[in-house]
Ligand binder design. Structure first.
Ligand SMILES: [Zn+2]
Ligand SMILES: [Zn+2]
Length: 322
């Protein structure tokens, strides 16, 4: 057995503070649900009616009705009546909902790269005509960004305490179909606890005990989520001690690819969920250029920033229509 050299642990009070102030967990509270993510994917791709949504997602009618109601209450979707006798409504994206496009594009890119089970036709970047693969780039030096390139500085804005919500959350079962082959983003982001564990690894918290201490997660829940993320190929396990055996969990390439979604969720959360609109919950510093930045969602083919209206599906349907 190869044993990894022991590295000094990151300061966990600092990580706890950063996770507390980041708006990512607030966004996960809103959209971190398998069915909600599936509904959003379909609405972004142009499906607006209950029947067509139910047909393509294949969930129970009451579950769908409940998720649509949640999205309307969160002002991500709005009802538009298309028939009045009997009354029937379509579900359309609000401005706030459309602004989730960065998150949805990174989800689409991840699924096309890593999952065998894709929803909908490929997306096209109309500015360059290529199939759309979204990436993250520095707003200053324009270089691509990965999780390893960033440092985080606390912002004076106060976040909601993640530790409080950890105690209030009831653990739900994980989706049973996760054998790692047909994994969807919803299988990971759709489980609040898995998302939280993934966020911890982005901040460099890798060991069981450290994770537990940082957010106060119950050991059985943490064990099951680490096993889930490892089985999905998002995390890899490496021994750092032989007697007794102890492991640390590191992001695989597939796991690192979740980083752009995480950042896009934070940017959206800062814009739409913070008390002061657009107030950064976490200040991001790009190590290669040293600048404090807001990362941009860019097209990996042409390098240009992707804006709403520059995307359509390969079948010609405009994407993210209001
Ligand atoms: Zn930079
Ligand atoms: Zn392009």
């Amino acid at each position: 057995m190869t044993v990894a050299k022991k590295k000094p642990s990151p300061p966990f009070t600092e990580v706890r503070r950063l996770i507390k102030s980041s708006s990512v967990t607030r966004v996960i509270d809103l959209i971190g649900d398998r069915s909600i993510l599936r509904v959003l994917q379909e609405v972004f791709a142009g499906s607006h009616r209950f029947e067509s949504l139910q047909k393509s997602i294949g969930i129970a009618r009451n579950t769908l009705a409940n998720r649509l109601l949640q999205l309307v209450n969160h002002r991500i979707l709005r009802r538009v009546e298309y028939q009045n006798n009997p009354p029937r409504s379509e579900y359309h994206l609000t401005e706030r909902g459309r602004e989730l496009y960065g998150v949805m594009l990174h989800i689409d890119t991840w699924e096309r790269r890593w999952s065998g089970d894709m929803a909908g036709p490929p997306l096209i970047h109309t500015l360059c005509g290529h199939r759309l693969e979204a990436g993250l780039a520095c707003g200053k030096c324009r270089k691509p960004i990965s999780a390893h390139d960033m440092t985080y500085l606390d912002s004076p804005s106060s976040g909601h305490g993640v530790a409080q919500r950890v105690h209030k959350r009831r653990a739900r079962g994980l989706h049973p179909a996760d054998d790692g082959t047909s994994l969807n983003v919803a299988d990971v982001l759709g489980d609040w606890w898995s998302s939280l564990v993934l966020s911890l690894t982005f901040f460099g918290v890798r060991r069981f005990k450290d994770m537990q201490e940082t957010v106060g997660i119950a050991p059985n829940i943490l064990s099951s989520r680490l096993a889930h993320l490892t089985a999905c190929g998002i995390l890899g396990r490496r021994a750092y001690q032989e007697m007794p055996p102890r492991y640390e969990y590191r992001l695989t390439e597939k796991g690192l690819d979740f980083y752009p979604q995480n950042i896009a969720m934070m940017i959206w959360g800062d814009r739409w969920l913070s008390a002061k609109k657009g107030f950064a919950s976490l200040i991001l510093k790009h190590k290669p250029c040293g600048a404090i930045i807001v990362p941009r969602t860019v097209c990996r083919s042409c390098g240009k920033e992707i804006t709403l209206g520059d995307v359509r599906t390969e079948t010609g349907v405009p994407w993210a229509m209001p």
